[in-house]
Design a protein around this ligand. Structure first.
Ligand code: AMP
Ligand code: MG
Length: 543
């Protein structure tokens, strides 16, 4: 067994003590409030007939495994929870969280079990975590399992995001358990039996804002300080070198770094059209990684009020356009939790300002690149505002629109008849429009006006036209995990027992910015059958 473990989290942080119980009993025994601890020992349930359905070779490589090892019996045993490796010390973390704006108390890893920390041949530390391997002390009234559909979605999206350049937790493997799980997908009192599955997630750490919030809420300041020091030492070592001790100033610098990383992550989400769907504080990584792929979705027609999450359909708290504000609010909850360990309260305000500044400056440079401009001038605010209005004026696929804008030829001067030019523009963007027949005269005039302004701005640029296209194609993906594509892969795996589409999709999503001739079918706008189909346009939290 070629994995080298160093289980620092359980070694250095306080765990629930289980004096009168074996670990096995404790992991299964009823949900409980876990006080004075950062985690509880927990064991996966042994699946009946596990089968490896998909894996990501790049992630295997991160932990020092090759494809042959991934196909081995011991791999299946370990990553299905059937038979752990001797050095694994499985545990579930204790955390709390603000859900939909309200403090929810203790949550914790209700269906995630950390197996241990691998040190790879390059000396990097990676936590391995099974999602859907059975109940833990944090499962509350739920079963701790996960269904195939949500596991396929988590597996594919983690990897798609990574290849898009978005900070994220990774996915090593997807295993079918051979057991059935009961879910009421629409919360309509009609539960169904569905195949169960387990994803092995991989990240330097799965610590969330909520890990600090629960200790703050319980006024457990000793453990709060321990956890802060642990996370800084383990995951932010550069801060330890630049400060003499992990003092109030160092903690302030750490919070600034969390604010900065969170801002960067959100700008990436906005750039690629990702909607997380459940931005509760328990779903916010302390490392600024995208974490917990549940009822997420990809923006198809540009609509900032869109959310895939049916549970949030009324309030739309977590819709696409709200994500920057929500992350700011979440950082405020983290700040409240860690404030007792910081003397200089003004440092908190400063860090929150840094979040706003980072979002603004990075958004400007991102939008400049999305439009193929080498720099941002003050005029761009209005150019972009009218672009967003235009995209909303008729259902326009955001991903396709930016790619098509990149291949639009801007001539040195415009001498075209307006009617001819409008026709050329409408034809060029035809495939980005969901209802091309609705593009009436008024719309034609608006897109003509906007393209005139855009071209005028492009003409001020110094570079060659090819520069514009390459700037744009480095930030505007051609291939994203469109909601219906994930659903097709799920249908094929679930209804026909054929998981091959999952690996095919992963292969395309490995190079999201490349043209990939022959793969264009994966870049097409959502077909009409998928417009209102559950799983394609709407998702529930029931996973
Ligand atoms: P989520 O909204 O998926 O991030 O989950 C919120 C909380 O509910 C977390 O503490 C999860 O661990 C827990 N949870 C969600 N689904 C399950 C499940 N099937 N079994 C046990 N706990 C769950
Ligand atoms: Mg969660």
């Amino acid at each position: 067994m070629p994995l080298d473990f160093d289980n620092r989290f359980v070694r250095e942080l306080p765990g629930e003590s289980l004096s009168n119980q074996t670990t096995e009993d404790a992991g299964r025994s009823p949900s409980r409030q876990v006080l004075g601890a950062c985690y509880s020992p927990a064991l996966p349930v042994k699946p009946t007939a596990p089968k490896l359905l998909a894996h990501a070779s790049e992630v295997a490589d991160l932990i020092g495994l090759n494809d042959a090892e991934v196909q081995s019996e011991w791999f299946l045993d370990a990553f299905s929870g059937r038979k752990l490796l001797p050095q694994m010390e499985p545990f579930a973390m204790c955390y709390g969280g603000h859900q939909f704006g309200h403090w929810a108390g203790q949550l914790g890893d209700g269906r995630a079990i950390n197996l241990g920390e691998v040190i790879n041949p390059r000396g990097e530390r990676w936590m391995l975590q099974l999602k859907g391997a059975g109940p833990t002390p944090y499962s509350r009234s739920a079963d701790g399992f996960a269904v195939l559909r949500s596991s396929v979605r988590e597996f594919l999206c983690s990897e798609a995001m990574h290849h898009l350049g978005v900070p994220t937790t990774r996915a090593l493997s997807l295993v079918g358990t051979g057991d059935m799980v009961v879910r009421d997908m629409f919360y309509d009192g009609r539960p169904k039996r569905e195949p169960g599955a387990i994803v092995c997630r991989v990240a330097p750490s799965f610590v969330r804002f909520g890990n600090f919030e629960i200790l703050g809420a319980r006024n457990d300041l000793a453990n709060l300080r321990k956890l802060i020091e642990y996370v800084i030492r383990t995951d932010f070592p550069e801060l330890v070198s630049s400060h003499k001790a992990i003092d109030s100033e160092c903690i302030a610098a750490w919070f600034r770094e969390i604010c900065r990383r969170t801002a960067e992550m959100i700008v990436h989400w906005m750039r690629v059209g990702f909607v997380h769907g459940v931005m509760n504080t328990d779903n916010m990584s302390i490392l600024g990684l995208t974490i917990d792929y549940g009822p997420y979705g990809w923006l198809e027609d540009y609509d900032p009020t869109w959310t895939p999450n049916t549970t949030d359909a009324q309030g739309r708290r977590y819709c696409y356009g709200q994500q920057p504000q929500i992350a700011y609010w979440n950082l405020g909850r983290l700040a409240e939790a860690i404030a007792p360990c910081m003397e200089d309260k003004a440092a908190i305000e400063g860090a929150m300002e840094l979040y706003v500044e980072t979002i603004n400056t990075q958004w400007q440079s991102t939008m400049a690149a999305k439009l193929g401009l080498s720099r941002w001038t003050s005029d761009e605010d209005s150019l972009i505002e009218s672009l967003f209005e235009l995209l909303r004026a008729t259902e326009t696929d955001m991903t396709l629109f930016y790619r098509l804008l990149g291949t639009w030829q801007v001539h040195p001067s415009a001498h075209e008849q307006p009617a001819v030019r409008v026709q050329r523009i409408l034809e060029h963007f035809q495939e980005a429009h969901y209802r091309p027949e609705e593009r009436k005269e008024n719309y034609a005039k608006r897109i003509l006006d906007w393209m005139d302004r855009y071209e005028a701005r492009v003409r001020q640029e110094q570079g060659e036209p090819t520069d514009r296209r390459s700037i744009m194609e480095a930030v505007n993906p051609k291939y994203v995990l469109r909601n219906y594509l994930a659903q097709e892969a799920i249908d094929q795996a679930e209804l026909h027992g054929d998981p091959s589409r999952i690996m095919q999709l992963l292969e395309v999503l490995r190079n999201p910015y490349a043209e990939q001739p022959g793969m264009e079918q994966y870049a097409k706008k959502r077909p009409e059958w998928a417009r209102n189909r559950p799983g394609c346009s709407t998702l529930s939290c029931s996973s």
